[in-house]
Design a protein around this ligand. Structure first.
Ligand code: ATP
Ligand code: MG
Length: 300
């Protein structure tokens, strides 16, 4: 199990100044010294993940039974950081009826006719459920900030995309998340922090492996040229939107199994921290249960 101290290390607290360079993408345990791609390390992380998947499954059942809280999990990352695989593995034990996954791509013209938060608001999880955002409204302060020409195609009422414009977007996001939190949604935001070198390795692997070639997108390689701009945008966004209500978690992503293990554990821990219990049955309902049982047993 990860210690609270380790979880704290990945948590960006509202009061701290977040610097990406302080976060090691290759972290694989405080005492880890061997190679990052060793089989032993993978096996160890997989074992750990297995336990967290069980914990998460139990936590989700309680969440569903309590029908009061919901959990919104946001994943943001550079291409090939492993968002899809993390979602797949971390949720592998969760009842599909109790969760939803939405992937946010370039907005449609209908979506652009609304504010940037609109399409997300309609997809936040219902009470009792876990909702996953595979990319999110954060794209509106990440890709859109890196490629500001995107905004030229929208019909915003301003064409001045200065510091005040981005600060207003961060503020809107903070207010939106605050609103969700106040109304019973836990908001967990994960930045899967992969290095540029590891991304290159993964792209090359996609190109060289027939079963992975379909995943390759030449546009992703072009986007890589903007790496430094993206890192600045991430740093600014994470600094501006790590709040007490909805902190960011910056997860080392150069080893996929370590990343999945850390995400699963944080998720399970945060839900378990709610201290949920199965709803108590009232004496009257208890009586109804006894009557129902007697009726079933009396069936011929
Ligand atoms: P994968 O490549 O693993 O399938 P992905 O999340 O990269 O997953 P893509 O279809 O490749 O999915 O890309 C979606 C693209 O949509 C991303 O490049 C993302 O930056 C872009 N996008 C998402 N939201 C917005 C937005 N609000 N404005 C502009 N672009 C956006
Ligand atoms: Mg992609």
């Amino acid at each position: 199990m990860l210690t609270q101290k380790t979880i704290d290390k990945f948590t960006i607290h509202a009061s701290e100044k977040f610097r990406l360079k302080d976060h090691d993408t290759t972290w694989a345990g405080d005492k880890q010294t061997g190679p990052l791609d060793s089989d032993a390390l993978k096996k160890q992380a997989q074992e750990h993940l297995k336990q967290s998947v069980v914990d998460l499954s139990e936590a989700q059942e309680l969440l569903y039974a309590a029908d009061r809280w919901s959990v919104l999990v946001v994943f943001q990352a550079m291409d090939a950081a492993g968002k899809d695989g993390t979602i797949q593995h971390v949720l592998s034990g969760v009842n599909p009826a109790g969760c939803s996954v939405h992937s946010f791509k370039q907005p449609s013209s209908e979506e652009l006719d609304h504010t940037f938060l609109w399409r997300h608001m309609t997809r936040v999880p219902e009470r009792g459920r876990i909702g996953i955002f595979n990319r999110s409204y954060y794209e509106d302060v990440l890709v859109v900030k890196v490629h500001q020409n995107i905004l030229a195609n929208t019909r915003l009422t301003t064409d001045k995309f200065d510091k005040a414009f981005w600060n207003a977007r961060y503020e809107d996001i903070n207010n939106f998340e605050q609103h969700l939190v106040r109304n019973g949604t836990i908001v967990l935001k994960f930045f899967l922090n992969v290095s540029k070198t590891e991304q290159k390795k993964r792209f090359l692997k996609r190109l060289d492996t027939p079963e992975k070639q379909w995943k390759f997108n030449a546009g992703d390689v072009r986007e890589r040229k903007f790496w430094d701009d993206y890192m600045i945008a991430y740093e600014e966004a994470i600094n501006a939107t790590s709040t007490k209500a909805a902190p960011w978690y910056v997860i080392p992503a150069d080893n996929k199994w370590i990343m999945r293990m850390v995400v699963a554990e944080i998720l399970a821990t945060r839900i378990k921290d709610l201290g949920l219990k199965y709803p108590k049955i009232s004496p009257q309902a208890m009586q109804e249960l006894s009557l129902a049982k007697a009726e079933l047993l009396a069936e011929k």
